[in-house]
Design a protein around this ligand. Structure first.
Ligand SMILES: Cc1ncc(COP(=O)(O)O)c(C=O)c1O
Length: 425
């Protein structure tokens, strides 16, 4: 029995009617991959308002490592909703915030005392990590990476390195933001970072380096372990804090709870969001207690940060990720994806790479020229045939898999069959 069930062309009539309403009511700014409206989500599937069942290979843009609507998460949220929805942690406090902070302090890499701040989105976590690093070091500069993505708020957008659509027309950007070339082996970029600290910024002025150990939006490029360790040593020697951005890599995606565990080093601060709470909006900065505690009272926070519904969802999500041993499952899914994709003999496949289930395929023309139109069209055709996929990369020429890690082997094969058929046409 197949999972995908298409009763109408995509989008169906009910989704089309909603698209028409959207056009009138919502600005075009928020982009959209699949032109459908969802009625229900379950595991690795979504059912749209026309009754079509699609396989979700994008997992809410990486937020659904645990899949749609895990019953334990739904139960925790429902139970909490029956007690209270919000108080604002700055006014009256509640236990789930503390329990989540304790849990993140315990499971994040780093054998030292830690503390955790909860906020709302990935961008907000990065903004706060930089605020804390600047405060602690009393230094102004921040170093990010080319092909990096940190979000859409001013500082996060300034750190981001893709002009269209993220930065175009939105300047001026935040000052004292510098970008290192990312160590991107397939494109021969960024093998060494030392020269950068002679030509771009004095290391003694740098508060922190913010690094995705595997680029997310940038196309699942995995940094070499030696590079990360050398950079971490350089940071330590120069009083620079290392912020590991685990917003897309965290919570089992790469075959470990955190990608950092593949690299054998200890970041000073870690940013988390996306799959932290099974789809509920919460993000976190966890780090060395003395750094996190350096900021004065009132300097951190926000009205909704660590909302109780999101906290209980996160606690249930982490418990389920642990119970189901999703890091091991991610490893298996990654192997299956890699083996299958490596069998595809398509002439435009330039690189197949990733870590665990964080796998991507880079499509190129001659001389590694990014094949953007091809990739965008492939994604569109896959969606029309029942597999929700997304592309990535500075040139939108990379297919990235963010399948929920609860996907069954049969569903995974079925989705890959669809992609394979579309590649062949
Ligand atoms: C590595 C990384 N950092 C930050 C962000 C920003 O997160 P948000 O969209 O929740 O603001 C993202 C989102 O894709 C991300 O992948």
């Amino acid at each position: 029995m197949t999972t995908i069930s298409l009763k109408t062309p995509i989008p169906g009539p009910k989704s089309q009617a909603l698209l028409a309403r959207r056009q009138v009511a919502v600005p075009q700014g928020p982009f959209n991959i699949a032109p459908i409206f969802v009625e229900r989500g379950d595991g690795a599937t979504v059912t749209d308002v026309d009754g079509n069942v699609l396989l979700d290979f994008s997992g809410g843009l990486g937020s659904l490592n645990l899949g749609h609507n895990n019953p334990k998460v739904v139960e925790a949220v429902t139970k909490q909703a029956g007690k209270f929805l919000h108080t604002c942690f700055h006014i009256t406090q509640y236990e789930p915030y503390i329990a989540l902070a304790e849990k993140l302090n315990a499971i994040t890499p780093g054998k030292f005392a830690k503390k955790t701040l909860l906020v709302n989105s990935g961008a907000e976590a990065v903004e706060n990590a930089v605020k804390i690093a600047r405060y602690y070091t009393k230094r102004p500069a921040v170093v990010g990476f080319e092909h990096g993505f940190a979000g859409r708020t001013l500082l996060a957008m300034s750190l981001t390195s893709k002009v269209m659509p993220y930065k175009f027309g939105f300047g001026p950007f935040a000052p004292e933001v510098y970008r290192l070339p990312y160590p991107y082996e397939y494109r021969g970029e960024g093998a060494d970072f030392h020269e950068f600290f002679h030509t771009h910024v004095d290391p003694k002025q740098v508060a922190c380096v913010v690094m995705e150990l595997v680029l997310g939006e940038g196309g699942f490029v995995v940094a070499p372990k030696g590079y990360v360790q050398a950079l971490a040593r350089f940071c330590k020697a120069n009083g620079i804090l290392f912020v590991a951005d685990e917003i897309q890599t965290g919570f089992a995606r790469t075959g470990k709870m955190f990608a950092t565990e593949h690299f054998d080093f200890e970041p000073d601060l870690i940013t988390m969001a996306k799959s932290l709470a099974g789809g509920m909006p919460v993000s976190a900065v966890t780090g060395r207690a003395e750094i996190m505690d350096s900021v004065h009272i009132g300097g951190l926070g926000g009205t909704y940060g660590g909302n109780p519904l999101a906290c209980v969802a996160a606690l249930a999500t982490i418990a389920e990720i642990e119970r189901l041993n999703l890091p091991a499952r991610a490893e298996k899914i990654g192997e299956k994806l890699r083996n299958r994709v490596l069998r595809w003999k398509h002439p435009m496949i330039g690189d197949v790479r990733g870590l665990g289930a964080m796998m991507a395929v880079e499509f190129v023309k001659d001389d590694k020229e990014p094949a953007k139109e091809f990739t965008v069209s492939l994604v569109k055709r896959c969606v029309e045939n029942g597999v929700i996929l997304i592309y990535a990369g500075t040139h939108s020429n990379i297919l990235r898999y963010l399948v929920p890690l609860v996907i069954t082997d049969t569903q995974l094969e079925e989705g890959l069959d669809v992609i394979e058929r579309q590649l062949a046409t």
